[in-house]
Design a protein around this ligand. Structure first.
Ligand code: GN1
Ligand code: MG
Length: 374
């Protein structure tokens, strides 16, 4: 979709934001599967400046206004805390919204798209894949710290911008519905994939049951903690800024840790065309546990005890979602070729299997770091 937008379209949007200076050009950026993101370059009296401009996908986020309210509350609260603590460069440590010239926090264009602007976090990088345990630990520490900052968010419960986003039972049921409807006639060709999911049905209720029994608390969570959603400082390698805040809403912290495990311990790309080399890398898992326990100082014992399981569960959940989208004709995730969602599924499935093989070792790692903490 993004490639259909001209430079002039972007300029027309950009001028609505309080981005001072003269618009020079825009460059598509980011590797997300949902929104469209651009770097917009300005000249401020000859000094180059850039900002982020992002279109919110309103097919996925049906209430962009609630998404923006959540983001404004969360970023405002973290900014306030960073300033109170005298942290240097607060606008490199938390995303900072750029208001619109009419005073709002998002702009609706002539064809109904919603846009927002952010300050560009300079001298930092978001990695789509990491191999260095140090970066893994930093990413986990940064996400843990992000959750820490939000434990005292004032103003009541955040909006559920995508209801049941991590409700693994609903995700499982959606897959079964897609199999039954078989809208694009693909089910027969992926019977083994469907069976793979069916055999793991019992996993999908584990955290939901614990939450229903109040053994796991609802908190403010990020809900999309892919490794590429944290910016790492180029000079120090520190995880400095958490991005992609659209799904910040009430959730379980295990969803966040789980998606970090999914995207950081994996030995290949999320969409490798051949899943045979996919492994969960234990040293990367250990680094995540270490970093996360350092950043998230509020965890309960029940939360810590499910860190290993959460990786397997969220990987299964995302596998269910990729397979569902494949069976429904690829309407949700951005794809680059017709088998893309199936490739993504096969990689997630292989990662689940690798975690199953290493479950005891993963739990040992958590136990070791848990006792090191006490
Ligand atoms: C999407 O937009 P992106 O790429 O950060 C998705 C996540 C999935 C992820 C799978 C709003 O995230 O939930 O885990 O793809 N975001 C939404 O790679 O559905
Ligand atoms: Mg993202």
């Amino acid at each position: 979709m993004s490639h259909l937008r001209t430079e002039n379209d972007i300029r027309t949007v950009a001028v609505n934001f309080a981005m001072p200076g003269e618009f020079l050009r825009s460059v598509p950026c980011g590797a997300g599967h949902i929104n469209d993101t651009y770097e917009v370059h300005f000249s401020q009296g000859g000094v180059p400046m850039r900002y982020i401009l992002q279109r919110i996908n309103h097919h996925v986020f049906k209430r962009p206004d609630l998404v923006m309210d959540n983001i404004a509350r969360v970023t405002g609260h973290i900014t306030h805390k960073l300033r109170a603590a005298g942290a240097p460069e607060p606008d490199r440590r938390v995303l900072t919204l750029i208001p619109c010239r009419d005073g709002g926090i998002s702009h609706q264009d002539a064809i109904g798209n919603h846009w927002r602007g952010y300050i560009y976090v300079e001298r930092a990088t978001a990695h789509n894949h990491v191999d260095d345990p140090h970066l893994a630990a930093e990413a986990a520490r940064a996400f843990g710290e992000f959750q820490n900052h939000l434990t005292d968010l004032p103003g009541g419960r955040l909006a559920d911008t995508i209801p049941n986003f991590h409700h693994t039972r609903s995700r499982y049921n959606s897959l079964m519905r897609a199999v039954a409807e078989d809208r694009v006639g693909r089910a027969a060709s992926v019977q083994d994939a469907i069976d793979f999911c069916r055999r793991r049905e019992s996993m999908v209720d584990v955290l939901l049951d614990l939450q229903a029994k109040s053994r796991l608390p609802e908190r403010v969570t990020h809900n999309d903690t892919k490794i590429n959603n944290v910016m790492m400082d180029d000079a120090t390698g520190r995880g400095i800024c958490i991005m992609d805040l659209d799904t910040v809403m009430p959730g379980l912290v295990l969803y966040d840790f789980g998606d970090l495990v999914r995207t950081t311990t994996i030995s290949t790309a999320e969409d490798a065309p051949d899943a045979s080399g996919v492994e969960m890398r234990l040293p990367m898992f250990e680094a995540l546990v270490r970093g996360y326990l350092e950043g998230a100082s509020f965890l309960t014992e029940a939360e810590i005890d499910h860190l290993a399981f959460s990786g397997r569960l969220i990987t299964l959940e995302v596998a269910l979602r990729f397979l569902t989208d494949y069976l429904e004709g690829d309407h949700y995730f951005r794809i680059k070729h017709p088998r893309h969602n199936l490739d993504r599924f096969r990689v997630q499935a292989a990662l689940v299997e690798s975690m199953e093989r290493q479950d005891a070792a993963m739990r040992d790692v958590v136990d070791r770091w848990k006792s090191a903490q006490n």
